[in-house]
Design a protein around this ligand. Structure first.
Ligand code: ADP
Length: 264
């Protein structure tokens, strides 16, 4: 359902972020993409909804090339792909409900959205999305009143309200503590299992990857260097591929994060 055909991506400054990537991801898979910092994970994810253009090759969603789509076709394809980010990207001064309703904008005219005229059914969809992430009671609370984990779950609800076929998550738990990490990853797992939405999630933690993924894809210098089920993604195998433990990378990034938090 998501197909990469010989995809390469070179940034304007000459950095080659993806090199000849061939991949097929089936509907309903829970794919985790791992690799060291700079491996190309974020770039790969962003070529799926065309936040980034590719330099060579094609990315198809259900057989339709998003890499070549224009205008209305691109707009409709993007609607099928929900995305969540490390920093949540929610509007902090708006209510939780308004943030979730923003997931519906792809279904209506621009004018209607400027006027904030969401049809009644959209409210129903937004409430149902909030129920799935256990935040129904927060619908009318301002988003900045919520904890980081709750804000991330608002962004999950917003992506859900889009009624997508695919969820992209770029380091969704990198800013969260272990307990909230579990809640957010459990939400993604439940959405994947209950609704059959395909998950493509970038993580730097092998431990979390092994716990949630049905398939792990390892990237190194823009190339796929591992693609298989979790049973094969052993620490020894990854040590062989990367020459260092990705678990160390996890600890390194966590301690970077803790240091930054301490400074703030
Ligand atoms: P990861 O998500 O695995 O950390 P990225 O996809 O962010 O990797 O980056 C892959 C490579 O592309 C890195 O060398 C990075 O520095 C480079 N890169 C990422 N974004 C840009 C950009 N906008 N312009 C130039 N180089 C970039």
């Amino acid at each position: 359902m998501i197909t990469f055909k010989q995809v390469s991506k070179q940034y304007k400054n000459g950095t080659k972020a993806l090199n000849n990537v061939d991949l097929t991801i089936e509907q309903g898979e829970f794919v985790v993409i791992v690799g060291l910092s700079g491996a190309g994970k974020s770039t790969l994810l962003r070529t799926i909804n065309r936040l980034h253009d590719v330099t060579e090759g094609t990315v198809e969603i259900d057989g339709v090339a998003i890499t070549e789509a224009r205008g209305k076709k691109l707009y409709t394809l993007r609607r099928d792909v929900g995305m969540i980010f490390q920093q949540f990207n929610i509007v902090k001064r708006s209510s939780v409900l308004k943030n979730v309703l923003a997931g519906r904008v792809g279904y209506h005219s621009t004018l209607r959205m400027i006027l904030g005229l969401f049809p009644k059914e959209d409210k129903g969809i937004a409430f149902e999305a909030l129920r799935r992430v256990n935040l129904l009671d927060k619908a009318y609370v301002r988003a900045d009143q919520l904890s980081g984990g709750q804000q991330q779950r608002v962004s999950i609800a917003r992506a859900l309200a889009q009624e997508p076929k695919i969820f992209l998550a770029d380091e969704p738990v990198a800013s969260l503590d272990p307990l909230t990490t579990k809640q957010v990853m459990d939400d993604l797992q439940r959405i994947n299992r209950d609704l059959g939405i395909t998950m493509v999630v970038n993580l730097h933690s092998m431990e979390i990857a092994r716990r949630y993924a049905t398939r792990i894809i390892g990237l190194k210098a823009g190339e796929v260097v591992f693609d298989g089920p979790i049973e094969e993604a052993t620490p020894k195998r990854f040590m062989g591929i990367y020459g260092e433990s990705l678990e160390d990378e996890d600890q390194k990034q966590n301690s970077d994060h803790e240091q930054k938090e301490a400074v703030q």
